[in-house]
Write a protein that binds this ligand. Sequence first.
Ligand code: NAD
Length: 499
Amino acid sequence: MEQLTHFINGKRVAGTSGRFSDVYNPATGEVQAQTPLANAAELEAAVAGAAAAQPAWAATNPQRRARVLMKFVALMNRDMDKLAEALSREHGKTLPDAAGDVQRGLEVVEYCIGAPQLLKGDFTDSAGPGIDMYSMRQALGVTAGITPFNFPAMIPMWMFAPAIACGNAFILKPSERDPSVPIMLAELLQEAGLPDGILQVVNGDKEAVDAILDHDVIQSIGFVGSTPIAEYIYARGCANGKRVQCFGGAKNHMIIMPDADMDQAADALVGAGYGAAGERCMAISVAVPVGEDTADRLVEKLAPRVEALKVGPYTSGNDVDFGPVVTGAAKENILKLVESGVEAGAKLVVDGRDFNLQGYEDGFFVGAHLFDHVTSDMEIYQKEIFGPVLSVVRAQSYEDALGLAMDHEYGNGTAIYTRDGDTARDFANRVNVGMVGINVPIPVPLAYHTFGGWKKSVFGDLNQHGPDAFKFYTRTKTVTARWPSGIKEGGEFSIPVME
Ligand code: NAD
């Protein structure tokens, strides 16, 4: 059995806590490796190494720091196939989707290569007699991030790339479900010239997370994962005086107006609903056609497309639309929710419950499901299923459809399909959701914009990547300086103001 490791001070380090977690191959259901689960002492070693290395890194010219990231991009491109294979083997997603996971992270690294420009401060000459005033962005010190299983390459990079570019050290606690790729990325960064200790990868579960939350030296925490854990991390991290941003779960609605191109909408829904087996925080899990006729036309187009989806292991290459879900427990949970939908009276138009893949009977495969006539009081509507299950909720009017998206507790992403500019514009302006697509089903912003939801999908102020990341990973310092120092003004007893 392969024993995985942590990555501390520039090398792979075996776990010493004596606790391990099984890492599965979701396609076969076999345990393929064990990952160590760190205790507080192991975290302490990682933090000490990071704290020792960070001041010299922060003092390194930002262009030199950016060059390390530039080399890192080249190395990721060199090793893309290897990274994608390791990612698919632990996560289950198809190889093209795994390469996309690496690529969307890599794009944020490319953005961070602009650090010398992004970190430039402001300067006011002659703010007073002989007085200049300038602001600069300084690194926080040792920062940390806790990431989910569903994007084991992209989300760690969304955090550590800006953190490192800004001159911080970063402690990454990846998901224990698929921990190999984060270690491979740390090794590539070291090969690119990153000093030892600046990126530490500490594998673990709640014990390691709690140690991070309570560690005095750690200045900031980024979290991406489910909403209950996001809430917990935000509350405990803030109570401990840290800067915290947490991104949680989702239930993304797509509104389909009567004038929409129904083939385009159905194709979009199939990709956005079932891609990566629905294990994406930006997956569309609710389709809201407006009007009975629109709903009938949509379901008629959707059903054959969903039935035709090909489910299989990543080793089948491009012949597969989506792979297994991540664990047996995830599969069980999805099928339980499907049963609850049937019991609540939703119509299961495409029933994937008996899906079985010959030769992979023990794999965590879940067939595609399509529900129609779902209502807002049902559990399958309220909960994030995180599986290949799409619910059609029929709305009688545009206002009803908008109201559904507005009233749901999550507000990560949403989309509208229409040919009418007025409706699209009204939707984009009014909907209380962080990322909106107009005839685009998965509106994930590119690296130089920012990513983040609203409502229970987020806890904290700033978004991920783009300019917000450079704010999150730095503190502003403003200096007021008087030169020449010889100017005499006498004592000032009241607050200086501009007259
Ligand atoms: P998760 O919340 O189970 O785990 C996320 C991280 O938290 C992991 O590193 C895990 O080890 C840690 N963790 C789990 N339980 C913990 C506990 N009790 N105390 C402390 N730490 C704990 O999430 P997941 O299943 O890995 O990922 C799927 C979830 O992530 C979905 O809800 C999805 O919507 C969400 N997600 C959100 C975004 C976003 O940007 N909003 C992006 C990707 C995924």
